[in-house]
Every structure is written in C-alpha cells, then in structure tokens.
Design a protein around this ligand. Structure first.
Ligand code: NAD
Length: 495
C-alpha cells in the first residue's frame, strides 16, 4: 500500500516514528493509503532545513521570486485536473467542486505574483532638515501552516503563496485525512524552480502541531480547523512568542426577508447547504425565515432536495460522501439529536441508498424545520449536509439570533430591499457578509476571516492582511550630510 511521506529539502522522506494514519477513499469506504506521522527528529529536521533556506531565499531578488511564482501558477493551472482528482479520491467531494477549490487557491497565487507592488513602502522626503523617512516590510522567517481536511488545496494556498513571495520559508502540516494534495503541490514548486527547503511538508497529528507551537525557530503559525483546536493553537503559539492567526469553526446563517426572490433563495440554500456535503466552513447551515414565508420556502427547498443525486464524486453526482466513517456517524448523531429535541425532520438522509459502493461514508441531504435556538443542532457546528430552518417574526429577531451565536464566520441576507441589506451589513457581527450571495468567500485581493469564535488573532487570511501577517514593518530615518550642514544641537530638530 502507498505510504505518503514527508517532503523535506526537495525529496520525500520517511520517519522512524513507526506511527502511521489511514487514508480512506470515502466513496468506497476502504483504506487507500497510509500516511507517515512525523517524529520529533523529522519535524526538527524540516524546521532546520527551512531555517537554513530562509537565509538565501529572503535575499533572493523580488524579480527572481516573482518569476518562480509565475512558473508555479502556470504549472498548477496546467495540472489542476490531476490535483482535483487527488482531492476527490481522499476527501470525497465531487470533481467539479475539487476543481473549484484549486481555482480559488490559484487566485491567491496570482495575487502573490503582485508582491513587488504589495511590498512597496512609503517614503517621506525632508521630514526635518536633510532627513528622510521610509518604511519597508521584511519577511518573518520560518512560517508554519496547519490545515484542515475540508480544503486540502485551497486553505494552504490562502497562506503559502504570500508567505513565500514575501521571502519566508514554510513548513506545512496538512490534515492527516487527505495528505496527498500537499505533496503534489510540493513537487510543482520544485519544478517551478523554488529552491529546496523553502517549502517543506510534515505529516502527522498533535505531536507535529505541538512541536511547531513550541519550536523557537518557528516565527508564525497560520492554523485553520475546529474552534477548540484553533483556540489551543492561538493560546499556545502566542504564549511562545509567535505571531498567530487561527481560523476556527462556523455556523453560517442565511436571513431571508419576506420580499426575497424565493426561487433564487431556495437554489442558494441548496448550493450553500449541501455543496461539498456541507463540509465547508462557509456552508449555510441555518436558514432564518422571516414570517410569513417559512412554509413556502421550506417547500421549495424540499422539492429541490429530492432531485439531488448523492454518490461517488467521480461519477457526475451532486454530492459525495463524508470524509470518514467517524465523521459520518457524528453528523448522523446530530440528526438523531434533532429528532429527539423536537425539530421537524422534513428530509432524512440517514438511510440513503447508493448504487454501487454501499460501504462509502454516505449521508444524504437532510432538512429540519422549526429548529429553535436552544437545540444542539442549532448551537453546534455540524459540518455535514444538514440544513436547519428557524422561523422568526421580524428582521430584528433574525439579526439578534445571528449576533448572539458564538460563531461569526459568514452570513447572507436575501432580500430585494437595498436599505434592509445595507442595514444588515452594518449591524451584523460577522466577518464575511453576502447580499443575495450565499457563500461570500472574498476574492484573493480581499481578506478572508470571521469574527468571534471563528477566528483567534488579529489578521485575516490573504489580501493585504495576509501580506501584513507574513511581513514585519521597519521604519528608517536617514540623514545624508551635505556640505552646508554642521554644528551640534542637543534639542529636537525644530525645522
Ligand atoms: P481539526 O481541528 O480536527 O484539524 C485541523 C488541524 O489540526 C489538522 O491538521 C489536524 O491534524 C490538527 N489537529 C487535530 N487534532 C489536534 C489536536 N488535538 N491538537 C493539535 N492539532 C490537532 O479540523 P478538521 O476536522 O480537519 O476541519 C474541519 C474544521 O475546520 C471545521 O470546524 C471547519 O469549520 C474548520 N474550518 C474553518 C475554516 C475557516 O476559514 N474558519 C476553513 C476551513 C475549515
């Protein structure tokens, strides 16, 4: 069976840990590969290698760095179908969706190609007699990236193109559930001409994460995953003096006002609720219907759900399996809980029949109506194809509901009233807002990030916040004497 190894200094290496994880094909329900879990020696050697590569990479000219970025972008674009197939085989999402995530990641690589412009500082001539001041931004050193299973290509690409373009080196620890995409990307970097050691990959679990959090040569941590681990990473990383951005979980609401176009709204609820089997941090999981449209909206969503085809993502279906059996069973247990707590189960995906590979980790699209704020299916992030409808009497009640939830990643309002939409964008306590757009993932030149328990740290991902995160500012005050200058003055310059 294929063993997924680490990528250090431009080659694949194993470790002596003797610990390995299983990688599944979720559509078949079988183990397809194993992945090596790094021991401390392997992690330390990756960090040491990245540290040594930093010395020359950070001094490499902007022109040369950008040439390599362009070459990487070109190679990734040319081979994106292969990468999408790898993602589908380990994650389970349908091929078109896997291709979509590669494309969104590519956008960040394209943004990073503009790094010469993004790194331009300010310059003030003559702030005092003969004195000029200018600002520059410099790379941090070795930057760690720890990523989740749900976007094995896109989420790491929120960070590493910018980190590398800015002159840093990177140690990345992908999710152990779908590790192969990162190794594929590492090989593309090498082919693009990136010097060995600038992009290192270590596979593993908590052992690897903890080592990255404590190692003195790691300058920053970019983490994406569940809120409990994000909080842990933020607290421990910052305690050890590192710059940390830790993106956590979500519960994204779609507020539907009575004047909304209900056809568009129902289509959007389906796309955003069941795309990628709900395993998206920007998935809509709570539809908040303002009276009196609840019955009509639920009917329209249900009609559409009946037409969705769940099955192997390589075979032209709408929705694939969940990533592992453990995760599938956890999501199914939330459906059980919703029934027990008294929500109305409109569509039940628990016993879905799939042609062919019945052993896959299947759970069909599921819809609950009359969900209330005290239910666990409303309070918790489920991270599966389970959509809840909550009925409210007014815009104000809907807004208060969203604002009192612990998560604040994404949200959307559906309405034809521009004034109401504008009021919502101003009043809602959420980092990314869609107006008649259900999944408002910002384009690469804006920054991605939530509020409240959806993000710990000060910087969002990519865009100018990403450039700032991966660089630190320096201000230089300079005076070059000219022949007319002279004399001692112990006071502050006055003119
Ligand atoms: P996860 O928290 O289980 O894993 C994330 C990373 O942390 C992985 O690399 C994993 O190996 C590591 N990890 C797991 N357990 C650990 C532990 N005990 N100590 C240290 N490290 C540990 O998350 P996941 O299941 O892979 O991904 C799904 C979660 O990610 C969801 O909560 C989702 O909302 C979130 N997510 C958030 C965003 C965002 O932008 N806010 C984006 C994508 C995913």
């Amino acid at each position: 069976m294929e063993l997924v190894k680490h990528w250090i200094n431009g080659v694949e290496v194993g470790s002596k840990s003797g610990r390995q994880g299983e990688v599944f094909n979720p559509a078949l329900g079988t183990v397809s590969k194993s992945v090596d879990f790094a021991d401390l020696e392997t992690i330390d050697s990756a960090i040491a290698n990245s540290k040594s590569a930093f010395t020359s990479w950070s001094q490499t000219s902007l022109t040369k760095r950008v040439q390599i970025l362009f070459a990487f972008r070109h190679l990734l674009n040319a081979r994106k179908e292969e990468l999408a197939a790898i993602i589908t085989s380990e994650h389970g999402k349908v091929l078109s969706d896997a291709l979509g995530e590669v494309t969104r990641g590519l956008e960040v690589a394209e943004f990073a190609c503009g790094i010469p412009h993004l790194l331009k500082g300010g310059y003030s001539e003559g702030v005092s007699q003969g004195v000029d001041v200018y600002s520059i931004r410099q790379p941090l050193g070795v930057c760690a990236i720890i990523s989740p299973f749900n976007f094995p290509a896109m989420v790491p690409m929120w960070f590493f193109p910018i980190a590398i373009a800015a002159g840093n080196t990177v140690v990345i620890k992908p999710s152990e559930k779908d590790p192969s995409a990162t190794n594929f990307i590492a090989k593309l970097w090498k082919e693009a001409g990136l010097p060995d050691g600038v992009f290192n990959v270590i596979h593993g679990d908590k052992v690897a994460v903890d080592r990255l959090l404590e190692h003195p040569d790691i300058a920053s941590i970019s983490f994406v995953g569940s809120t409990a681990i994000a909080k842990y990473v933020y607290e421990n990383g910052t305690k050890n003096g590192k710059r940390v951005q830790a993106l956590g979980g979500a519960k994204n609401h779609m507020l539907v006002l009575p004047d909304a176009d209900l056809e568009l709204t129902a289509d959007s609820a389906i796309n955003a609720g069941f795309g990628s089997a709900g395993e998206r941090c920007m998935a809509i999981s709570a539809v908040v219907a303002v009276d009196p449209i609840g019955d009509e909206l639920v009917k329209k969503i249900q009609e559409r759900m009946k037409k969705l085809k769940t099955g192997d993502g390589t075979k032209g279906t709408d929705m694939g399996p969940l990533v592992t059996k453990i995760h599938r069973d956890k999501v199914a247990s939330y459906v059980d809980a919703g029934v027990k707590e008294g929500a109305t189960l409109v569509e039940d995906g628990r016993n879905i029949a799939i042609d062919g590979a019945s052993a896959g980790f299947w759970l069909g699209p599921t819809l609950f109506d009359h969900v209330t704020p005290s239910m666990t299916i409303y309070r918790d992030e489920i991270f599966g194809p389970v959509l809840s409808v909550i009925r409210v009497k007014s815009y104000e009640e809907g807004l208060a509901l969203i604002n009192s939830h612990q998560y604040g990643n994404g949200t959307a309002i559906f309405t034809n009233d521009g004034g109401a939409a504008r009021k919502f964008q101003n009043e809602v306590l959420v980092g990314m807002v869609g107006i008649n757009v259900p999944i408002p993932v910002p384009v690469a030149y804006y920054s991605f990030g939530g509020w409240k328990h959806s993000l710990f740290g000060d910087s969002h991902a990519h865009g100018t916040e990403g450039v700032h995160f991966f660089t630190r500012g320096k201000v230089v005050t300079s005076r070059w004497l000219d022949p007319s200058h002279g004399g001692i003055n112990l006071g502050f310059p006055q003119n």
